[in-house]
Design a protein around this ligand. Structure first.
Ligand code: AHR
Length: 329
């Protein structure tokens, strides 16, 4: 009952927000048109706010839109694909000039992307890809190579452990491209090159710190968890939760159990400086500039590549103190 009241309230709020968005889109157009220029209106269907990486991505999009005088309507999916689909439909109704989508999961997008295409609204995917039978349903994907990130983490750990050891894996949101691909890159590297390194425990913690801590606590109480040499987390937030769990179990993260993760957010650098996190693979969330540069080309009718790749790199404790001051997120 409490849940359905919550859902109801959320629906009313979502409707109010979408109405507010609609009014804002109209006001933006009227104001800009009075000055003789049509202001671009872009809808951004964001996953939610599950991690500090995600907040950095939202801020980058917001800041860049503002700098360019673009009206950006942001809808947070709160981790639910259904909310993102609703938001996209609302953007289409509002006749936005383009839609930017950071899809929570990979599958299930065909119907709503077809609606956007039929309405003539170009869709740019940022950060995560989708699996669709018709790739013309989106214009381009701007993202990191998540498989390569998993491979980098595995290679770093293999060097540290001398190719031998037992590992726990904290996976991201089930069905999300980074969870699928980071697992693939990491697990396949071990299977192919380091057969004496084994992932003995693996579970989703949804990219969240609290869940990362909970799952790690349960791991540490299990028989396999008492023998761990390392933890591989699909993002920094879950790694930071795991670090707390390891400390509360009376061990030293970074020493008794090595911790490697992905994202490269500032709190991860702080943990590396303290010695509790060993390494992180940067996955740059600052999508604003490249997204709006690409959008400008798309709206001008220029061809853009189907995949625009973010370049990633690994950082560990050896350089953390040196580079922490220059980190932007
Ligand atoms: O899609 C990118 C992932 O999503 C980031 O690694 C994670 O922190 C997030 O929420």
């Amino acid at each position: 009952m409490a849940r359905s009241v919550g859902l109801c309230a959320a629906a009313v709020l979502a409707a109010a927000l979408s109405l507010a968005g609609c009014q804002k889109a109209d006001e933006a157009r009227t104001g800009a048109e009075a000055g003789g220029k049509k202001q671009l209106v872009v809808g951004f269907a964001q996953t939610g706010a599950e991690s500090s990486w995600r907040t950095a991505e939202t801020n980058s999009m917001r800041k860049e839109a503002e700098a360019r005088g673009i009206k950006l309507l942001i809808a947070f999916g709160q981790g639910q694909q259904a909310n993102q689909i609703k938001a996209i439909r609302s953007f289409i109704t509002q006749k936005v000039d383009a839609i930017v989508l950071a899809p929570i999961v990979e599958t299930g997008w065909e119907p709503v992307l077809t609606e956007a295409k039929q309405a003539g609204v170009p869709v740019i995917l940022v950060d995560r890809g989708v699996k669709v039978s018709d790739n013309s349903l989106y214009v381009t994907l701007i993202a990191s190579d998540f498989v390569a990130e998993g491979e980098m983490a595995a290679e770093w750990l293999a060097k540290k452990l001398g190719g031998k050891g037992t590992i726990a894996e904290l996976e991201g949101t089930t069905g999300a491209a980074p969870a699928i691909d980071r697992k693939k890159g990491f697990d396949e590297t071990l299977a192919k090159k380091y057969p004496d390194m084994k992932v003995v425990l693996s579970q989703s913690a949804d990219f969240e710190t609290g869940k990362g801590k909970e799952v790690m606590e349960a791991f540490l109480k299990s028989d396999k968890g008492r023998q761990l040499q390392a933890v591989y987390a699909h993002n920094d937030d879950m790694a930071l939760g795991a670090i707390q769990a390891i400390q509360e179990a009376g061990m030293k993260p970074g020493q008794d159990i090595l911790v490697v993760s992905i994202d490269g957010v500032k709190p991860a650098f702080e943990a590396m400086v303290k010695g509790t996190l060993n390494a992180t693979v940067e996955c740059n969330p600052l999508f604003g500039p490249i997204t709006f540069d690409t959008l400008r080309k798309v709206l001008a009718g220029e061809a853009v590549p189907k995949y625009i790749k973010n370049e990633d790199q690994l950082f560990d404790q050896s350089t953390a103190a040196q580079v922490i001051g220059s980190r932007e997120y």
